[in-house]
Write a protein that binds this ligand. Structure first.
Ligand code: ME8
Length: 655
């Protein structure tokens, strides 16, 4: 059984469209996922959206829509962007999925039963933007960050999580397993926060319910309360996990949410996985540690000038601007230029300079020159190296040490360092060409062996680069792979199969251009055009013609009822059909609907629908369907389920 690698992004809030910050984190996780697949591991890559809480409730109110409607509209922005960028997520979890809500309530009940959650009255300062109660010290810190947090005072009855009881285990976690938070300086920040001798004193219990909002998961047995959005959202890493993949190997987060992930999250998990009789003042049992994420990897912020790029400040770099030069270009820049853990200022100048230097010149130029020399001097056939002078030996050593160094840096989460090392090798090869002057070697028959060596080494280095860099720039590496005459998908290769000296199996092909040099002035003008706010586009509809007139009596023959979906599951071997149990007031029916491309089963459970109740039963893929759900669509769009008003009850007739 290959090693399992479960990796996650944060669950993004859906109160706005994605920006460069979300794109960065998700690309980083995609790079990790692809890299670990090429290490031969069984990878599960989870991302998703965090859809409850005050901010959503407020935005929905401002827009005059229901929160569910709002989140259903905006969550797909994230999912479709990641798909459009070719990211390789295995699952997209939404905190409004029924299975997630059920799990949160189940865990809430379990922790209450064992005394880790209790009810009390809380009075204190509350930060609306962080959706968290805050202490005076934290308020000062937030103000120092200049992020304009809105504070109010709240007094309310609340459920508390007994966070204070886990302080000892948390401190042991940080000391005994320093890989729990990476990079190291971020671990030190967390330690200082939790340290009992620090300025904050001991950890306080954490309020984990709210009565001031309604848009959330109800506290089981006490409907006046909804579960605190962070308890809800963090648990989506569990509800979205695939069986057999727990615990997460790496959870990538921005530094803004490190404390939630490095303090609350492991404490929640400790409470869930501890056994009765475990001593919270004694040693943290290995058995409990093994259920916690191995590493929380915290990266810094992309800044515009000195300020965090954020939706609330309006200083946004949108994905469409970033992706203007291609997905791989954006991936390369973001991974190469950000040193994990630190902040980085974003400028379009810097972006273009990096792409020109490393992709157009560095890799692109080296690949096209090398391949064209192979065509010209060796009729496309890659020669075996024949002689080794000092310069050849140096390059052989450089190529040889680059692969292990690159892989080691990736393992240490030093992604920019890994790319720097690989591109350092490419620069070395440029120098090697200048020094050995293959065009002159080609003119002198007695230098044929030396030319063989130069060409063979260029080929070897490029083949290795295509393999190693494939997780970062997958499309370019595939093009390079094919240009080198290699077959199949480079992403299906394994790093362990890398054999630098292996002879080329086939002649090289035409060099496919990898990246065209950007002309800065015209590119800036193009980006400025992209930055203009989108003119509202009238939706392009493909609306069918009106049907023939019918009389009232014929229409009335159709018995339309309000129903409620109780269960939903996909019909095996069909991506379209979903089998549902629907309560239509008088009875519960099995209905098979062709809505599987538009809805996940989780989104359907609990939903009210309109059922055609007197249709003759019909078999669909062997399952008898007793009715049909009313949907609306034009000729092109997905089917939208007709949703009755909340007060329409199952059994009501539609007339
Ligand atoms: O915090 N630079 O969601 P969120 C780099 N729902 N990364 C950035 C960034 C920037 N300027 N801005 C945002 C939430 N990010 C919660 C998470 S998890 C259980 C719940 C990235 O939509 C970064 O990863 O505000 C940050 O942590 C995340 O987006 C915050 O996304």
């Amino acid at each position: 059984m290959p090693k399992r690698f479960f990796v996650t992004t944060p669950m993004y809030y859906v109160n706005d469209r994605p920006h460069i910050g979300h794109t960065y984190t998700t690309i980083l996780v995609d790079v990790l996922a692809r890299h670990h697949r090429m290490l031969g591991e069984a990878v599960y890559f989870l991302t998703g959206t965090d859809e409850h809480g005050q901010k959503i409730e407020k935005t929905a109110l401002e827009q005059g829509v229901k929160p569910q409607q709002l989140v259903d509209e905006v969550a797909p922005n994230f999912e479709s962007l990641w798909k459009q960028m070719g990211l390789t997520q295995d699952y997209f979890v939404r905190t409004t999925f029924q299975k997630h809500k059920d799990m949160v309530q189940r865990r809430f009940r379990e922790l209450s039963a064992r005394g880790d959650i209790y009810k009390a009255v809380y009075e204190g300062l509350y930060s609306v933007s962080d959706e968290a109660f805050v202490t005076e010290t934290q308020v000062k810190e937030l103000q120092a960050q200049g992020l304009g947090h809105t504070l109010t005072t709240l007094k309310e009855e609340s459920y508390f999580f007994r966070l204070s009881a886990y302080e000892n285990w948390l401190l042991q976690l940080y000391d005994r397993y320093p890989e729990f938070v990476r990079p190291e300086f971020r671990l030190n920040e967390v330690k200082q926060f939790v340290a009992p001798n620090g300025e904050r004193g001991h950890l306080q219990d954490l309020s984990i319910s709210r009565t001031s909002i309604t848009w959330g998961i109800a506290v089981p047995g006490d409907e006046a309360h909804v579960v605190y959005v962070w308890f809800d959202a963090l648990l989506s890493y569990m509800s979205g996990c695939k069986e057999g993949y727990w615990p997460p190997a790496v959870q990538v987060v921005g530094k803004d949410i490190l404390r939630f992930h490095a303090i609350y999250w492991p404490a929640f998990l400790m409470a869930m996985f501890r056994e009765d009789g475990d001593d919270l003042n004694g040693e943290l049992p290995d058995r409990v540690r093994q259920q916690l994420p191995k590493t929380i990897l915290a990266h810094g912020w992309w800044l515009m000038g000195d300020t965090k790029i954020s939706k609330s400040l309006g200083n946004i770099v949108r994905p469409k601007e970033l992706l203007h030069f291609g997905v791989d270009a954006a991936r390369f820049f973001l991974i190469r230029d950000m040193q994990i853990g630190h902040d980085r200022s974003f400028t379009f100048e810097g972006f273009m300079e990096r792409l020109n230097a490393d992709l157009a010149n560095g890799l692109g130029n080296l690949a096209s020159r090398s391949i064209s020399m192979l065509h010209k001097y060796r009729s496309s056939v890659v020669p075996a190296p024949a002689v080794w002078d000092e310069a050849d030996g140096e390059i052989r050593d450089l190529i040889g040490k680059t692969a292990p160094e690159y892989l080691a840096k990736m393992e240490q989460n030093n992604f920019s360092g890994a790319l720097e090392c690989l591109w350092g090798m490419l620069r070395g090869l440029d120098g090697y060409i200048v020094k050995s002057e293959p065009w002159n070697l080609a003119k002198d028959e007695s230098k044929a062996a030396k030319l063989d060596t130069v060409l063979a080494q260029l080929y070897r280095a490029l083949r290795m680069t295509a393999l190693l860099a494939a997780p970062v720039i997958p499309q370019m590496c595939q093009l390079l792979w094919e240009s080198l005459g290699l077959s199949g998908k480079v992403e299906k290769q394994r790093f362990s199969d890398l054999n630098i000296e292996e002879p080329a199996p086939c002649p090289v092909k035409d060099a496919k251009p990898l990246f065209a040099r950007i002309d800065k002035d015209s590119a800036i003008a193009e980006i400025e055009t992209l930055q203009q706010p989108d003119a509202p586009q009238p939706p392009k509809l493909d609306v069918p013609e009106l049907r023939e007139t019918t009389d009232y009596d014929t229409f009335c023959k159709t018995d339309l009822r309000i129903g409620k979906i109780l269960e939903a599951q996909r019909v095996p071997k069909s991506d379209k059909l979903i089998k549902m149990k629907v309560d239509i007031g008088l009875e519960t029916r099995t209905i098979v609907g062709g809505i599987g491309k538009a809805y996940e089963p989780e989104q359907l459970i609990g939903r009210s629908v309109v059922v055609v109740a007197n249709l003759a039963p019909r078999k669909l893929m062997g399952i008898e369907s007793h009715g049909m759900l009313l949907c609306a669509s034009d000729n092109a769009s997905k089917p939208y389920l007709i949703t009755p008003a909340d007060d329409a009850m199952p059994g009501f007739i539609v007339k």
